[in-house]
Every structure is written in C-alpha cells, then in structure tokens.
Design a protein around this ligand. Structure first.
Ligand SMILES: Cc1cc2nc3c(=O)[nH]c(=O)nc-3n(C[C@H](O)[C@H](O)[C@H](O)COP(=O)(O)OP(=O)(O)OC[C@H]3O[C@@H](n4cnc5c(N)ncnc54)[C@H](O)[C@@H]3O)c2cc1C
Length: 238
C-alpha cells in the first residue's frame, strides 16, 4: 500500500520525468493526429488548467495509457487506427459509486465498529469496504472507503450524489453497525472503475503507426494488471 496516499506510487516513478520537465500535469489530451510538418511523427492537442489549450508536436510515438473509452474516443477522432477503435468497443468496464467517511470522534488507537480493516460484502449495495486509517502512513482519524457493487452502481448511474450518499451510508451502518453520524461524508462516481470484459491481450503496439495501448482493462481490473500491461508494451517498443 503506497503512503501517504495511493497516488504516491506513480508519483515516485514519474519523479525523474517531472524533474526533467517532461510531464504536463492537470492536462487532458483532446486530440492526437499526424504532425503536419512530418507525418511520420505525432502531434497532440491538450486542454489544461483554466481551459488553456496547447499543441505539442514531433513525437516519435503515442502511448494511450488511459481508460478504454477515452482511448477509443481519441482513436476515432484521429481516424488513424480504425481497427483498434473497433476492438476497443468490445471492452466492458463497470462504474463504481464510492463513499468516503470520516469520524474524528474516533482517533487511533481507538476505533469504531468491527475488528476488521477491510472486507468483501454480499450486501446488495456494497461490494467492498476498507478502513483507510488502518493503512500505513495515514492520519489517525478513523476514515472508511466504501465501494458500491457493479450492479448497484450501474443501476444508480444517473442518480444525484446526495441520494446515493444516503443509500450507501445506510448500507454501511447495516454492515458495520457504525451508526454514529460521520463528520465528513462524500460520494464520488468512478465511471471507468472495474473491467468486466478485458481486451484479452497484455498490450497493443502498432509499429507502423507507432501507437501503443496499455492499462488494466487490457487484461483485468487491478493495479498489477496495469503494471504488467505497461511493462509488456515498453518491452515491445524497446
Ligand atoms: C474506487 C476504486 C478502488 C480501487 N481499488 C483497488 C485496489 O484496492 N487494488 C487494486 O489493485 N486496484 C484497485 N482499483 C483499480 C486500479 O485503480 C486500476 O486497476 C488502475 O488504476 C488502472 O491503472 P491504469 O493506468 O490502467 O488506469 P488509470 O489509473 O485509470 O489511469 C489513467 C489515467 O489517464 C488519465 N486520462 C484519461 N484520459 C486522459 C486524456 N484524454 N488525457 C490525459 N490523461 C487522461 C486519467 O486521468 C488517469 O489518471 C480501484 C479502482 C477504483 C475506481
């Protein structure tokens, strides 16, 4: 478990690139296309903070390490690798409504409720719960992350956040017996959360177009799938 937060792992790996000024953060790639000055190279259009728009040119290759739906959209718009975009349409990814709770009235070593730190649940609304404050390097205040099931998230995809929050909080209380009001509660909808039908190969590398795909959705739904996929793509490109 990375500390102080899950993003620290990727942050650490990307540090040399950041220090070299080679990473643009808070920036979305909105279009990929052949570079008009040299069509053997790629050009990227981006949108960053305060809607600032840029075009970056002369890339030898493009790696789409983004969720399947985003990769498909970029490929369709680019009109460069239509067969790949078609393959990506087969990938199925489920959404996940996630509830985050904080109970400042419980500060470690004291804690509320059950004597476990993570659990799979068969409750019809909730699939997984984790006591965030039990992870290494986290704050002492009791915090929980609660993930709704695929089916329930899908069924309530268009519900508004307060309604989802109320339903998930009720289910959380039923599972854990923690009925105290949290000081902080918030829900977030991860639209591309869990692969149901993967692409079925570790990575894609189109040597002619110099375009690659990697990510968890190629082979599974966990962080190690994303790692293996990225590694296999890098080995193919080397
Ligand atoms: C709520 C939740 C809990 C999870 N818990 C666990 C767990 O406990 N253990 C586990 O193994 N896995 C867990 N997972 C799954 C894990 O997060 C994924 O398997 C992993 O993050 C996939 O990595 P990735 O690099 O393929 O994609 P992502 O982590 O989704 O990374 C893709 C990145 O691309 C960026 N992006 C998308 N479109 C663009 C664009 N157009 N331009 C620029 N950037 C773009 C996104 O912002 C994102 O940062 C969880 C997932 C969720 C949603």
């Amino acid at each position: 478990v990375p500390a102080p937060a899950m993003s620290a792992l990727a942050g650490q790996w990307a540090l040399p690139l950041r220090e070299a000024g080679s990473v643009e953060l808070q920036t979305r790639v909105t279009r990929i296309e052949p570079d008009p000055l040299n069509t053997q190279k790629w050009q990227l259009h981006t949108k960053g903070v305060q809607d600032s728009q840029h075009v970056y040119s002369a890339f030898d290759a493009v790696v789409l390490a983004v969720p399947a739906a985003h990769a498909r959209e970029l490929l369709q718009d680019s009109e460069q690798c239509p067969a790949l975009a078609t393959q990506l349409a087969e990938v199925r990814v489920a959404p996940c409504w996630t509830l985050m709770l904080a109970f400042p009235q419980a500060v470690q070593p004291a804690h509320l409720g059950p004597q476990w730190n993570a659990a799979r649940s068969t409750h019809h609304r909730i699939a997984w719960l984790a006591r965030e404050s039990s992870k290494p390097g986290r704050g002492a205040i009791e915090r929980w992350t609660v993930q709704a099931s695929d089916a329930w998230s899908h069924e309530h995809l268009e519900d508004d956040a307060p309604r989802v929050q109320a339903k998930l909080q009720k289910a959380f209380a039923e599972i854990t017996g923690i009925r105290t009001e949290p000081a902080h509660a918030e829900v977030y909808l991860w639209r591309d959360a869990q692969t149901l039908k993967p692409l079925g190969k570790t990575h894609v590398w189109d040597a002619r177009a110099r375009l690659g795909l990697c990510g968890d959705y190629l082979i599974g739904h966990r962080v190690e799938d994303a790692f293996v996929s990225g590694l296999e793509l890098a080995l193919s490109m080397a």
